[in-house]
Design a binder for this molecule. Sequence first.
Ligand SMILES: Nc1ncnc2c1ncn2[C@@H]1O[C@H](COP(=O)(O)OP(=O)(O)OP(=O)(O)O)[C@@H](O)[C@H]1O
Ligand SMILES: [Mg+2]
Length: 305
Amino acid sequence: MRCREAAGSAGRAAKRAGHRSLWGRGGTRPLRGYFERTYGTGRLPQCQAVRVAGPFIKRRERPAAGSIPDVLQMFVAEVRFYREIAPVVGVRVPACLLAEVNAGATLLVLEDLSDWEAGADAAGVARVLANLHAGWTGIAPARWPWLRTPDVASELVGALFDQTWPGVAGRPECTPAVRALGGRLFGHIPAVERTAARAGPTTLVHGDASLPNVRSSSTGEIALLDWEDVGAAPGVADLAWLLVSSIDPTHWDETVAAYGSAAGLGDALPAAASQGILSLADTPPGSDQATNWVRRLEEAARRMR
Ligand SMILES: Nc1ncnc2c1ncn2[C@@H]1O[C@H](COP(=O)(O)OP(=O)(O)OP(=O)(O)O)[C@@H](O)[C@H]1O
Ligand SMILES: [Mg+2]
């Protein structure tokens, strides 16, 4: 593979296209207990002591040389996120007690948010993303030059998509609209990714802002988890993926309204839809999951026109 660094979308693509074996062993698990931790809040240089539940351990073995996580340096990027960005990021993320790389293997010891509810209200997540993006527009790439940019992995994603699409096109739940969408993307992913990369001003993006990577507290606080796909890209790419990955089309308008602007969404949606098609490929045929992906992909196709 010729890529040195690449977009969050490529990492997502690898995950969604069943490349989990590339991840090596490792995993995530909560432990019991409480830890005192001092950490920075927001972008101000102040610190506050917090009581941290946990820890939640996330461990990744060194990815196989040449594998997608290796090429994308995904696990190391998450460690760097917790070390360098999380203390100032300005949105709620798990507090980090330890973030280490050892001979390519990574270890994160995080605040355990297991007793928070999985997922969150879509509009709330959109507002959190809007804050994240607003805070780092024009700043993120210079401050953290190691952040992946969107265009670099486009050929990698394109190869994956072109290899996966024929199987998806042949699935019974694939409607004419989704078949047309996939046909339009097939062979064009690098161009689609380039368009998404120009969809708006570059900022800090989560890269995999789907509801499974979000948890909410009993008081309505929303935390963003899973920063393996963190990058520097137009913020609207996170919004597009939130919609395509997780939000029923009946709630897209209110989610976009909560984000505050639909600018660039039409340009970001095709790339997000290509990721959605890879995700659809991973679902059991005939499942509700598959049907829901198709519904969201149809909505994406409608808004791309
Ligand atoms: N700090 C945490 N506290 C509680 N639960 C967590 C925490 N971090 C992650 N999780 C849970 O573990 C799941 C997997 O973690 P994470 O998303 O970071 O890893 P992943 O391997 O990238 O998983 P996936 O591919 O499923 O997104 C999350 O979806 C979330 O439910
Ligand atoms: Mg995850």
